[in-house]
Design a protein around this ligand. Structure first.
Ligand SMILES: [Mn+2]
Length: 418
């Protein structure tokens, strides 16, 4: 790890210890490899909170923070592999090496974790753990079972969710994080270039996806989330994921996709005419979504809330739909537009935030993504950009990805004439 990166993760640990209440501990574990089927696994994806505080990208590790008075400690635990385990699955760095990689002074064997937790719990009033509450009646997850176990054996310690502590830290992006989001957007842009090569009637949604993935994989990147490539009526399904339809002439294809670059997400939506040119009718809807996108983005600045941004989008769309004669009352906008316009973006594509109606502050990165979904016309349009909030207002990090109708048509023909 580069030293400026080490400094970033060290600063995150310091900030966590600052906001951790007195007589508290926080325990985070690395992600476990997830089984895809029987004994084969999905590609490893590190737990984002664990990554944020360590920069460490391997499984079988944990980190324990403790604050009692002026005594602040942070210990990391990593697995010690046997030669046979190394032979089968490869090498993982041991404690001394992890000290070097992460800059954490105290790194020990994972075998010591239980003893350390026991000792810690006899010295604190609160234990913060990273778990999601599950709906009633669903089987307890492994993490929650562990939480229940700790509750039973340590009734004097109050177990709390770490979510809001971590969200408070992760909301404001460091320049290093913004740089990675920018890179993720660049790779996504290249991926869309690749996909446009294949844009024509007769192509399938999955062929377009393959072209997108090829450009990502060449750059050692992977999709940050399940790619949406939705043609015709499929675009009216917000999280359409089957990608098995053949594109037909005279329709639109909605793409909502993003690369992950060094753990950070891009999240971009663009909508294209399969024929390479928008029809007059498509253009009327497209221009309206674009106006909502641009007007909402231009309102992004410190002090404005997510609800206010939603209102701007809804007002623009409702006014336009009334002009087009699709609705007569503002509230009927719900027939054609049902989702929020923005979410935080970062390590997670829907990045964690500490409250529902956030007021923007400099350093936040969010998406702006209005859309229209018109079942009667078998079409869906979404235009999504990634915006950094600055002292002065905002910077559109995805401004280089074309979105005006003329630019879109030129982009397609440029890519296809290469
Ligand atoms: Mn999004």
């Amino acid at each position: 790890m580069e030293s400026f990166e080490k400094d970033f993760f060290a600063a995150n640990r310091r900030r966590l210890l600052e906001i951790l209440p007195d007589r508290s501990a926080l325990l985070l574990t690395a992600a476990s490899p997830k089984i895809r089927s029987w004994d084969s696994f999905y590609p490893f994806c590190q737990d984002k909170n664990f990554y944020y505080l360590t920069g460490y990208n391997n499984p079988s590790a944990a980190i324990l923070f403790r604050k009692t008075g002026n005594n602040l400690t942070c210990t990391m635990f990593v697995i010690l592999l046997t030669p046979l385990q190394i032979h089968w699955n490869g090498y993982l760095p041991g404690p001394e090496e992890v000290k070097e990689i992460t800059g954490i002074d105290s790194v020990t064997s994972l075998e010591n974790l239980n003893k350390q937790i026991g000792f810690t719990l006899s010295n604190v009033d609160y234990l913060y753990l990273d778990f999601q509450p599950v709906p009633p009646h669903s089987p307890l997850s492994e993490t929650l079972q562990a939480v229940e176990e700790i509750r039973k054996t340590n009734p004097q310690v109050e177990i709390r969710r770490a979510h809001s502590l971590l969200a408070g830290l992760r909301e404001i992006k460091h320049p290093l994080e913004i740089e990675r989001i920018r890179k993720a957007i660049d790779v996504t842009h290249a991926g869309i270039d690749g996909l446009l090569n294949q844009l024509k009637p007769g192509s399938t949604e999955y062929e377009l996806e393959a072209c997108f993935n090829f450009e990502l994989h060449k750059r050692r990147c992977f999709p940050a989330f399940q790619t949406i490539i939705a043609s015709g009526a499929n675009a009216t399904v917000l999280h359409y994921s089957s990608l098995d339809r053949t594109l037909e002439k005279n329709e639109l294809v909605l793409t909502d996709l993003g690369a992950e670059y060094q753990h950070y997400s891009a999240d971009i939506s663009r909508t294209f005419p399969v024929n390479r040119r928008f029809s007059k009718k498509q253009l009327a809807f497209y221009e309206l979504v674009l106006e909502a996108n641009e007007r909402t983005i231009s309102a992004v600045k410190p002090g404005i809330s997510l609800l206010e941004l939603n209102d701007i989008t809804r007002t623009v769309l409702a006014t336009g739909l009334k002009t087009l004669g699709l609705i007569s009352d503002d509230k009927d906008i719900n027939k054609f537009y049902t989702h929020g316009v923005a979410h935080s973006l970062g390590l997670d594509t829907h990045d964690i935030v500490s409250g529902n109606n956030k007021t923007l502050v400099p350093g936040m990165v969010l998406t702006i993504e209005p859309g229209l979904y018109i079942h009667e016309n078998n079409l869906g349009i979404r235009i999504e950009d990634n915006i950094l909030v600055t002292e002065e207002g905002h910077i559109n990090l995805s401004a280089a990805i074309p979105k005006k109708p003329m630019e879109i048509e030129k982009w397609i023909s440029d890519v296809q004439s290469r």
